[in-house]
Design a protein around this ligand. Structure first.
Ligand code: FES
Length: 87
C-alpha cells in the first residue's frame, strides 16, 4: 500500500464536529487492517472552521469537511474498510 497522510484538525471547532472520534476510529481501523501506510496526524486549526471536521489527505491543497470515519476512508480510496473491521 502506498503511503498516505491524513491530517485531522484538533481545533475546537472541528472537535465539536467529532474530529477526535474520527481520528480515533481511523487509527483503530488502520491497526485492525494492517494499513501501516496510512499516517494519521492531528494538526492545529486550519482556519476553515465549521461544516464538519477539517481533513487534508496527502498533500492536497484542498481541505475537506467530513463527518464520519467512512468519509475519510472514501477520501483515501479504501472502500468497505469499516465493515471489514467490524466483521
Ligand atoms: S477548528 Fe478545525 S479548522 Fe478551525
Amino acid at each position: 500500500m502506498r503511503r498516505q497522510n491524513v491530517k485531522i484538525c484538533k481545533g475546537p471547532g472541528c472537535r465539536a464536529w467529532s474530529s477526535d472520534r474520527i481520528a480515533r476510529e481511523l487509527g483503530e481501523i488502520r491497526e485492525a487492517l494492517g494499513l501501516e501506510g496510512i499516517q494519521v496526524c492531528r494538526v492545529p486549526c486550519m482556519k476553515v472552521c465549521g461544516g464538519g471536521a477539517s481533513v487534508r489527505v496527502n498533500s492536497n491543497r484542498k481541505i475537506v469537511k467530513l463527518g464520519e470515519v467512512d468519509d475519510v476512508m472514501n477520501a483515501l480510496g479504501i472502500q468497505g474498510a469499516t465493515v471489514a473491521c467490524m466483521a
